[in-house]
Design a binder for this molecule. Structure first.
Ligand SMILES: *Cc1c(COP(=O)(O)O)cnc(C)c1O
Length: 387
């Protein structure tokens, strides 16, 4: 076998071999490990969406290659969602593209815009796909730390002038994974101003835009006037509609960015199954806000359970207003990995060490709320007993 490409060496190695070994040993000994380490909704996709897929799959018109930019009906449904939810007008033909999940679109966006040596500005901690694909493309990465004292918003003023001038693109993600920080429209305005001033493509990963609590409603970056000149947003059906396995999302915004992404995509994949896109139309159009509100109520209750348990044990936590994670600072004297491994060994509860998302995450762990409430209750009992 020849060696794999050199660019593979630029992908950060899997960091948690030790934790994985502990988990495997525990499972082999019959321990019932509860994983709060993965952000993947546990509640099934709504029945009416599944039914729409059954029906669509029976129509031979869905059996052939779909249009590469996505079906017209799905792109129109996305445009309608943007109008009704955000008050934003987008042209479904030029400003919307169907994605095979937003992970696919995010990854390919780097290939569409980044040459070796180009500068990209990424949050730290962050969803690892940004960093991985930036590295695969040979980008120079400037990290913006997301810290609790700034509400997990990056300090755009702190970006050195020469970095800003050289930068090709910037990623932001609110509500944020993993920190659960949220951004208001004022922050989006500042990000758009920055992108305009320095001629940067502003990419907003909006995976959790529908998952908010306590009356907070997350804005789209496209709500900022003129944002379409500089911004592209990734809207995913995965998290709001419990559809992670379906692989359906859209890139929405700047037409040139959509077109650039389209060149990579047409030459790589041939689009998402049209029947899945029809089911997606159903999710987006059949009273989406009612389903979203019912799920957010489930996550809010779980959030409150975890926050009150952590507070009882002595942690200082603020209930997050978005995403379905709790970003917890580990006690002094522990690294994120030591704390997670300890929790796994003593309580059989698995959380994600924060450094999985970047250096700034090293003193944090991420707890996910996407397990059945009864399992979460059991995990919290164990936490109380072990700490
Ligand atoms: C889950 C997640 C995604 C991926 O969503 P898909 O549409 O399922 O690919 C993207 N970004 C963030 C921050 C996520 O947490």
């Amino acid at each position: 076998m020849p060696q794999v490409a050199k660019r593979i060496a630029s992908v950060p190695p899997y960091l948690f071999a030790r934790m994985d070994k502990v988990r495997k040993d525990l499972v082999a000994r019959g321990v019932d490990v509860i994983s709060l380490a993965i952000g993947d909704p546990d509640v099934p996709t709504p029945d009416y969406v599944v039914d729409a897929l059954y029906q669509a799959a029976q129509d031979p018109a869905t059996h052939r290659y779909p249009p590469y930019e996505g079906t017209a009906e799905f792109r129109r449904a996305m445009a309608r969602r943007y109008r009704e939810r955000f008050g934003v007008e987008v042209d479904p033909d030029r400003e919307v593209m169907t994605l095979i999940g937003s992970k696919e679109g995010i990854a390919h966006l780097f290939w569409a815009f980044v040459d070796p040596g180009d500068v990209v500005i990424l949050p730290d901690p962050a969803y690892p796909v940004y960093r991985t694909h930036a590295a695969l493309c040979g980008a120079r990465i400037h990290a913006m730390p997301l810290l609790p004292e700034s509400g997990f918003l990056p300090d755009l003023e702190a970006i050195p002038e020469e970095v800003a001038r050289a930068a090709k693109l910037m990623f932001i993600n609110y509500p944020n994974n993993p920190t659960a920080g949220v951004a208001d429209l004022e922050f989006m305005r500042r990000a758009v101003d920055f992108a305009r001033r320095y001629d940067v493509l502003l990419c907003h990963d909006a995976a959790y835009i529908e998952n908010t609590y306590d009356g907070f409603v997350a804005p789209s970056v496209l709500q900022v006037e003129g944002a379409k000149d500089v911004a592209l947003e990734f809207y995913s059906l995965s998290k709001p509609f419990n559809m992670t396995g379906w692989r359906l999302a859209a890139a929405v915004g700047n037409a040139a960015a959509v077109a650039g992404l389209g060149v990579i995509k047409t030459n790589t994949d041939s689009g998402q199954f049209a029947a899945v896109q029809r089911a997606g139309v159903k999710a987006l159009e059949d009273n989406p806000d009612r389903f979203i509100a019912s799920m957010n109520e489930v996550y809010r209750q779980r959030r409150d359970l975890v926050v009150s348990t952590l507070r009882d044990i002595g942690f200082d936590v603020t209930p997050p207003r978005g995403s379905f994670y709790i970003w917890l600072r580990v006690p002094p004297g522990y690294t994120d990995e030591e704390f997670s491994t300890n929790l796994l060994e003593k309580a059989g509860v698995m959380v994600t060490p924060g450094s999985a998302y970047g250096e700034t995450g090293r003193s944090f762990v991420r707890i996910s709320l996407t397990v059945p409430t009864s399992r979460l209750e059991e995990a919290m009992r164990r936490l109380r007993d072990s700490l």
